[in-house]
Design a protein around this ligand. Sequence first.
Ligand SMILES: *Cc1c(COP(=O)(O)O)cnc(C)c1O
Length: 387
Amino acid sequence: MENVIDLPVRTLPVRTLLGPGPSEIDPRVLQALAQPAIGHMDPAFVGLMDEVKDLLRYAFQTSNRLSFPVSGPGSAGMETCFINLLESGDKIVVAQNGVFGQRMADMASRLGAQVITIDDEWGQPVDPGKLEDALTANPDTKVVAFVHAETSTGALSDARVLADIARRHGCLVVADTVTSLAGSPLYIDDWGLDAVYSGGQKCLSSVAGIAPITIGDRALKKINQRQTPVSTWFHDLGLIDGYWSESGQRSYHHTAPVNSIFALAESLRLVKQEGLEHAWARHCQISEQLVAGLERLGLEMMVDDASLRLSQLSVVKVPEGIDEAAVRTQLLDEEDIEIGAGLGPLAGKVWRIGLMGYSCRTENVDRLLSALEGVLGDLPKASVCSR
Ligand SMILES: *Cc1c(COP(=O)(O)O)cnc(C)c1O
């Protein structure tokens, strides 16, 4: 056993990850990650690339040829969509109902687009009526962008309805599915979503730093008709496509993160094995256990209408008089459980509890509820049950 390597990583604690991402990595995905590396131009790697693209088409429910993982976090997937689709001066309507909608608007305006925002209160889904009004008032809009599952607030928007409105107004649709992919029903082709990105570390239970995207023909047409080159070399889909295409003539663009792609492939195989419908139902059922338990503890949910709540992320109001950061610190230090803090206007006011992918298991719900009960002590329960 003289070859045992004393990995410094071993000194890190093992956490139960119940925050807004990363989620726990499935043990099978961890094994895939630890495979010996292979050259990113190795013919043996090409077969895996094709498999990943096929599995992504399944996960996204699309037949888009251009479906592959961007080398980078979810935000790099976001950037890839905007930088390719938008040219300076293009008008875009961006729905803002949380942090990630704001990030979209920021990216679009940095690209010189004319950004019109529609705003909804945090905790509310995107209002289709506001989108309709914005597009009627701005008939020259070319792109509509929204977040399907807003991880900062726990609200799910109706992507099908929003895409339908956008298309009736002749717009392309960019959708953020970082948190929804494999956790909530999502049908790229049926719903008419043109450019869609996601991330590895949420409901796929894979590694962070890899961002599946899928680009449809209508979006490709706009990209091909650009008057100006895509403003960064790294995110130029025309160039990246040379590496990921099926042509059999793959050309070097950048060194693909091969081990992350091993991991992504395994996580996508697991999604396919479970079946999307089963994965969606599991997230829904187990989150109901969580919410019921939280309500028994006297806690209130941020999104009041249960039908608009995300399954994979529950946002809980911090009760009056409780130090929210102290609760998170105690959970982490004493129970090795991570939950998330509120972002932006919700900082200090909510906790964000994720049940994503492999993290979404009944045993995690039970562990969290009993730990929270211990940490919070006896909260008044009169407001939940009057008997
Ligand atoms: C996590 C998240 C992102 C950003 O992903 P990163 O991997 O952190 O860049 C974008 N949008 C949503 C909805 C997210 O939940």
